[in-house]
Design a protein around this ligand. Sequence first.
Ligand SMILES: O=C(CO)COP(=O)(O)O
Length: 250
Amino acid sequence: MRKPIIAGNWKMFKTVKEAREFASQVKGKAEVDGVEAVICAPYTQLAALVDALQGTSIKVGAQNLHWEESGAYTGEISGPMLQETGVQYVIIGHSERRAYFAETDETVNKKVHAAFKYGLTPIVCVGEKLEEREAGRTKEVCKTQTAGALQGLTAEQAAQVVIAYEPIWAIGTGKSSTAEDANDVISYIRQLVQEQFDAATAEAIRIQYGGSVKPGNIREYMQMSDIDGALVGGASLEPDSYIQLVEGAR
Ligand SMILES: O=C(CO)COP(=O)(O)O
């Protein structure tokens, strides 16, 4: 049985003080049996969040990492640095990073390997642009991105990856994919994992939907056969809304 995972992606929002306040408000509330709750925050907030959420079941994640352990890479953060903060997850290949920071399938793959090297669970984002969807290329794009991201992993590692299917046209737009369409693409991604690895890995890997998920629609997604949770931007920023999302995944 795959455990549903609700991950908030705070993107470039909140100060350390605001992160601590958020943590104190969701403690004991965004903690639901059978649901994994994660908050992926900017680097500056990670240590404070890990500290503030100690003793709770809520886990902390970063939003990126560099693939090298150290080096002359001004402005970057490495796996060992994240590991030291106590975070357990890291988002890799978010469409905003692919669009604005030249992230490619190749760098995504290097980062996925680096995450495993340093004991972090990668949340790998895949998803098509509006023009790709309109051209009927959704599955082709997801196939290239998924195969690229998982290349060279062992089946055991692949089974631990979390994939987030985030159609780019649905991110921050209020235009969410229908639950049926999202489930169709996610089942296809699961089939790709089976082809690349094996049936047991495909059955174990968790695949989230992301793109304008909110308390009002989370349950529709969670009712689908292949959707194992959500990666949520805007609606993860308010404590009440985050708590409702975690409750909605039960
Ligand atoms: O990009 C997203 C999560 O990574 C989705 O963002 P929104 O939930 O704000 O649409």
